[in-house]
Design a protein around this ligand. Structure first.
Ligand SMILES: Nc1ncnc2c1ncn2[C@@H]1O[C@H](COP(=O)(O)OP(=O)(O)OP(=O)(O)O)[C@@H](O)[C@H]1O
Ligand SMILES: [Mg+2]
Length: 347
């Protein structure tokens, strides 16, 4: 018999220390390396990105002492910016490469998502965050995105202060730095901040297909609810299955801060969602995206009944300012559903 729990009954608490300790790649990227990244020969930008990152890793490890750099004119020239910024579509291997960079350098080093850094500032204060991260050699920021003016001002200052302190920065995003925030808020009003932010980075573009679904057939059809119940009881003996009515879970998420979703799914081996339906509210959908990300980080297989995951968000959402987030979430959920329903390992 599996052990059944309900995510809709969990409300985790997280301390600041736990927040800081968590700044390393998730288990999925715990062992990746430049060597385990297989560049697509049809996409020369992929091998190019590996070469740029290897150079960057060497620069992080052999950088001049901060004091000397300050003495010789402080700010760096255009060809040696503090940061490298990987821009590309979902599933092309950006996080794999960013984590490979993190593994390749000695440190001290931090690895987190953009949202985790904004949460860190929220928990510690801006000044304490700068103080804590200034002693690092490398700060990796996965999934750089600007959702509101507050984040824009904050991250532009944080990036500049860290760069000035001699910290090397590496980021990934689906959006070029100069286009961050477009369609989400009046980004034109924050051009100055966005410019300061862009100035910290050299951009490396990565082209290619979504590696998770390369050459694979369409997503598996969801099960009937009866089959789902049978599967929960028959297939996961000795494992912890979080089984929820989908609408209950979505409602419950409103009361759990997204910064806690990592702890929220602690100890869960498999997720089972009964009667998945389309999420119609943007704020709810965005929270759900974060949950999908955390499940993907931990490689938790999903089994589900109801609508398929490509219908979990409305067509309006899939065409709006957050479309890239939603497409990425569908890609990730589909990979986890493949794993859960067909027994394939999710890439
Ligand atoms: N060229 C590659 N060689 C080997 N593994 C790869 C390659 N590209 C991607 N992967 C693997 O495919 C999965 C998806 O890649 P990854 O998460 O790094 O993509 P991403 O560009 O960060 O996507 P997202 O937009 O979802 O953040 C990962 O498990 C990664 O290790
Ligand atoms: Mg990624």
């Amino acid at each position: 018999m599996p052990q059944i729990e309900q995510l809709s009954r969990r409300t985790p608490k997280v301390s600041v220390d736990e927040l800081l300790q968590g700044f390393h790649p998730s288990p999925r990227f715990g062992e990746v390396s430049f060597a385990s990244y297989r560049p697509d020969p049809k996409q020369p930008s992929q091998a190019g990105a590996v070469a740029s990152l290897k150079d960057f890793a060497a620069a992080v490890d052999h950088k001049q002492p901060t004091g000397l750099r300050r003495l010789f004119g402080g700010r760096k020239q255009a060809d040696s910016r503090a940061g490298i910024y990987l821009d590309g579509g979902f599933g092309v291997g950006k996080t794999h490469l960013l984590a490979s960079l993190w593994h390749a350098v000695d440190g001290p080093k931090a690895f987190g998502t953009f949202v985790e850094y904004t949460n860190l500032v929220g928990a510690l204060s801006f000044r304490k965050t700068v103080d804590a991260l200034s002693s690092y050699e490398l700060v990796c920021i996965d999934e750089f995105e600007l959702d509101d003016p507050g984040d824009t001002v904050l991250m532009s200052r944080l990036m500049r202060e860290l760069a000035d302190a001699g910290v090397k920065l590496a980021a990934t995003s689906n959006t070029l730095p100069g286009s961050l925030g477009e369609g989400r808020f009046a980004a034109v009003d924050f051009q100055r901040e966005i410019q300061v932010l862009s100035d910290q980075f050299d951009v490396v573009r990565i082209d290619g297909e979504d590696f998770r679904h390369r050459g694979l057939p369409a997503a598996p059809e969801p099960m009937t609810d009866l089959d789902l119940k049978r599967k929960i009881h028959n297939d996961f003996s000795g494992r912890v299955v979080a089984a929820d009515e989908f609408t209950d879970l979505v409602k419950h998420l409103e009361g759990v801060h997204p910064s806690r979703y990592r702890q929220f799914i602690d100890g869960i081996d498999v997720v089972a969602w009964h009667n998945v339906s389309t999420i119609t509210e943007q704020a709810v959908a965005l929270r759900f995206v974060v949950l999908a990300d955390r499940l993907y980080d931990k490689d938790v297989p999903i089994i589900a009944s109801g609508v398929p995951f490509d219908q979990i968000f409305t067509p309006e959402m899939m065409a709006g300012g957050y479309m890239k987030k939603y497409f990425r979430a569908v890609s990730r959920l589909t990979a986890l559903a493949r794993e859960g329903q067909k027994g394939e390992a999710a890439a």
